[in-house]
Write a protein that binds this ligand. Structure first.
Ligand SMILES: *Cc1c(COP(=O)(O)O)cnc(C)c1O
Length: 423
């Protein structure tokens, strides 16, 4: 058995300790030594095995190729950021003028560039503010307006977001009382009118972003609700700022505000394609009140988020928007090219197939996005997931489908290489 400090003296591991930190490198060395103790490695192989086991960065998170066909995949971190957003975060990571005017040398409004970009992107918003996520945005409005008061909401919009989180419980945990109106499938303006009282803080409209109710249904639009004598808060969920041609049913911030919403809340990391954030858009005076609320500090976003959000708003097309713009013929042609490249692997059953992708939990429920996939034996799912560059597909009807809808074309060769390595 080599000694731990002998192995750690290997120049490759000394370099790695500078890059990744000594604790992490020592951990990897101890794991290699444990394999040597069981006879799995010879003493001469320990240093090489440790070097091979080093992560590329000091994080346990891995860079994954999303071949699920779900564009905004919650378990894969929702929206992947554009490289412009990543560059912006790298700049913001150091000392940065997030709250300082370099011109005057005085303190300045935090994140002014990001807020200006957001205001420019949603002209119908009198005021804009950014918090930690969509739930925080809705929570802040509720805290400021409805603690100890009532929020009127349609029964069919009592949404569970995921992982057990429910919008109604979020509001109740802040001390608001919910007044449910209508039935699961139908609600009328008269139902809302009948529920209003001097205790009403606002009417809430929530986008059912992860399910659809079909058949005998009726809902009340923002324009009609805006005629009621109370504020109307609209939680659009997905963060579309303007209508999207491929997602005609998906609500967007600009339309909701034009229709008369007092405040719109939304997530930054769903269809907007940015970092995790919560957007508050609307009535200038109310937004200012929210920004000044004592609890707003607890929901404050960091400089990295501000940087990534600004670049998402002003920079090149983010990956989510790029995925939504992909056409089925192009996707099928890519799948066919990958199949041709893999045809040289002996005995591999591989073909290009037509599929239906989805936006995902982030919005546009029930909308199928025509796509294409590389169909492979289901047994490859696990080795692809656990390889050097993990690829996550979906297993359907006994086959592993690597759907290309959410895959950057630049990653197609990486996908080919990953499959080759597993066969
Ligand atoms: C996703 C979603 C939320 C929660 O947003 P987070 O950014 O995940 O906190 C709230 N409301 C709706 C309608 C949503 O779709």
């Amino acid at each position: 058995m080599p000694r731990t400090d002998e192995v750690l003296a290997d120049p490759r591991l000394v370099g790695a300790a500078d890059r990744l930190g000594p604790g992490l490198v020592k951990q990897v060395v101890l794991e290699a030594l444990a394999r040597c103790r069981t006879g799995e490695l010879s003493p001469g192989e320990v240093a090489d095995a440790a070097v091979a086991g080093l992560p590329s960065a000091a994080t346990t998170l891995r860079s994954v190729i999303n071949a699920t066909g779900v564009v905004v995949h919650t378990n894969l971190g929702r929206a992947p950021l554009s490289s412009a957003a990543v560059d912006a975060m790298t700049i913001a990571a150091g000392a940065t003028d997030v709250e300082l005017s370099l011109a005057t040398g005085r303190r300045d409004r935090r994140g002014r560039g990001t807020l200006a970009a957001l205001a420019a992107a949603v002209p119908a918003a009198g005021g804009v503010h950014v918090v930690n996520n969509g739930a925080a945005a809705l929570g802040l409005v509720t805290l400021a307006l409805a603690a100890g008061r009532e929020v009127v909401v349609a029964r069919g919009e009592m949404v569970e977001i995921g992982d057990g989180f429910r919008i109604p419980e979020l509001l109740e945990s802040i001390g608001a009382r919910l007044v449910e109106v209508g039935t699961t499938n139908r609600v009328r303006l008269a139902d809302y009118e009948a529920a209003l009282s001097e205790r009403t803080a606002f009417v809430l409209k929530v986008h059912p972003s992860n399910f659809v109710v079909e058949g005998f249904t009726a809902a009340v639009g923002v324009r009609e609700l805006a005629g009621l004598p109370v504020p109307v808060v609209v939680d659009i969920g997905s963060g579309l700022l303007r209508p999207h041609p491929r997602l005609p049913q998906e609500p967007d911030a600009d339309s909701a505000l034009r229709a008369g919403a007092t405040i719109v809340t939304a997530s930054g990391d769903k269809l907007l394609g940015g970092p995790q954030a919560g957007l508050l858009l609307g009535d200038a005076e109310l937004v200012e009140r929210l920004r000044r609320h004592p609890f707003a500090r607890a929901l404050r976003v960091d400089k990295l988020t501000l940087a990534a959000l600004e670049a998402t708003l002003t920079g090149p097309t983010p990956p989510v928007a790029a995925a939504l713009a992909r056409m089925p013929d192009d996707l099928l042609a890519r799948a066919q090219r990958i199949v041709e490249e893999l045809a040289t692997v002996p005995g591999l059953a591989v073909e290009a197939v037509v599929t239906a992708g989805a936006v995902g939990g982030g919005g546009a429920p029930g909308v199928e996005l025509p796509s294409a996939a590389v169909s492979l034996p289901a047994g490859l799912a696990e080795p692809l997931r656990t390889g050097d560059r993990p690829v996550v597909g979906r297993v359907h009807d006994g086959r592993l489908l690597l759907d290309l809808l959410a895959v950057d074309p630049a990653d197609d060769p990486v996908l080919v290489e990953a499959v080759r390595r597993c066969t």
